[in-house]
Design a protein around this ligand. Structure first.
Ligand SMILES: Nc1ncnc2c1ncn2[C@@H]1O[C@H](COP(=O)(O)OP(=O)(O)OP(=O)(O)O)[C@@H](O)[C@H]1O
Length: 386
């Protein structure tokens, strides 16, 4: 299977008055699994369709394997597109569905005709097609379904047929637009694993559109998180989770959602929440900002801890999910602020007599975002002895 790089330079696209893509630069490496992720309407599908050649950018270039293809027809880009709707031919068997792209490419028009087509020879080509179909069906484990029609298949089986039809002609890259969204949750989880394993076996370039951040986090080598026609951040799942470049990325990535605490940065860079200094400093402009704290980075402070550097909360709810315990807390100083804390179920705290719990956090795991949405550096101040 060939695996090609895809290079997008300053891609812009408008639909009428709406600027849908506002200057996208993206280099997709050969053989990587890259997800385009973001809220509905941010332009993911449009970008994928521009790579496929189904839309033309107003500005910018698309290159595949180093060759510019901006003006090349979709059928000449050698890309395989897999949609959520499968787009199988309902009247054809699975075998014929998979074989069709090869017949279109390798056989002359008369040789493609049913039955009489054989009069036009090309038996060697037909044998090669049969072998390629068997190989693709083997890779997707659907060899036993080749004589069925799409209506006789489950959703997962149909998606596998669509994938087999895509990979049978060794495309330069696979473009997938929410291919699993028609499947139920259990099957979707299973197909995610299958796609990752297929990607590993083929070593092909995968570009995968999804609005589901969990899907992107679990499957991708890298994620391009899009927002309002721009790439907000490009990085590995771990980078987006641990070093979100903007508040938008921090909000989008992670379940449960990141906790957001309104804070103030004073002229000396000291950070406080509801008038209480948090023992953190930042560089840059003074003013309102947002502190992001992931649920697993908050913990119930041990008695005797430096309480001026913790957040006093009341616990509203506490739920155990298997090995984890999720506590929903309310900030004492500002009841509008809710914080979710994830701890191991074994560490679940007892209820204190006044119902107040002090939450600590590792400053090295906290994220600060300025009023401009951008990440700002955080410096931990030496703790004041208790
Ligand atoms: N052919 C079109 N004509 C006009 N507007 C369009 C067209 N295609 C897309 N749009 C608009 O462009 C914007 C981006 O659409 P796009 O489908 O790329 O978003 P998306 O991020 O893939 O969203 P979703 O996750 O809902 O599919 C949307 O506002 C959409 O309504």
């Amino acid at each position: 299977m060939s695996s090609q790089a895809i290079d997008l330079r300053t891609i812009e696209k408008r639909f009428g008055p709406d600027a849908v893509l506002k200057g996208i630069d993206l280099s997709i490496r050969p053989g990587e699994f890259l997800s385009l992720v973001g809220m509905s309407g941010c332009g993911k599908s449009t970008l994928l369709r521009i790579i496929a050649g189904l839309e033309r950018p107003d500005r910018g270039t698309v290159a595949i394997g180093g060759a510019e293809v901006t003006d090349v027809d979709p059928s000449d880009r050698n890309l395989a597109m897999v949609f959520q709707s499968y787009a199988l031919y309902p009247h054809m068997s699975v075998r014929d569905n998979i074989a069709t792209p090869l017949r279109m490419r390798r056989l002359s028009m008369p040789a493609r005709l049913p039955v009489v087509g054989r009069l036009f020879g090309a038996s060697g080509v037909r044998t090669a097609i049969t072998q390629d179909v068997a190989r693709a069906a083997g890779l997707l484990q659907i060899g036993h379904l080749l004589d069925r029609k799409p209506a006789q298949l489950s959703g997962g089986q149909r998606q596998r047929v669509a994938l087999a039809r895509a990979l049978v002609r060794s495309p330069a890259a696979f473009l997938m637009d929410e291919p699993l969204s028609n499947l139920d949750a259990k099957l979707r989880a299973h197909m995610r694993e299958e796609l990752v394993s297929l990607h590993r076996r083929l070593g092909a370039t995968f570009v995968y559109v999804t609005h589901d951040q969990i899907e992107a986090l679990t499957m991708s080598d890298r994620i391009a998180l899009m927002s309002e026609g721009r790439i907000e951040q490009l990085g590995t799942p771990d980078e987006l989770y641990r070093q979100p470049a903007t508040l938008t990325v921090a909000r989008f990535i992670g379940a449960p959602s990141i906790n957001l605490l309104p804070v103030d940065v004073d002229a000396a860079g000291e950070i406080s929440a509801c008038g209480q200094a948090l023992g953190l400093r930042s560089t840059g402009e003074a003013g309102p900002a947002t502190l992001g704290l992931r649920a697993e980075d908050l913990f119930v402070a041990a008695e005797g801890a430096a309480l001026q550097q913790t957040l006093a909360v009341t616990v509203l709810r506490s739920e155990t999910h298997g090995a984890d315990c999720y506590m929903t807390c309310q900030l004492l100083a500002d009841p509008a602020v809710r914080l979710t804390v994830r701890q191991t179920a074994a560490a679940r705290p007892g209820v204190t007599s006044d119902g107040i719990v002090h939450l600590g956090f590792g400053a090295e795991r906290a994220h600060l975002f300025g009023a401009d949405d951008l990440r700002r550096p955080l410096i931990m101040r030496a703790r004041v002895p208790a």
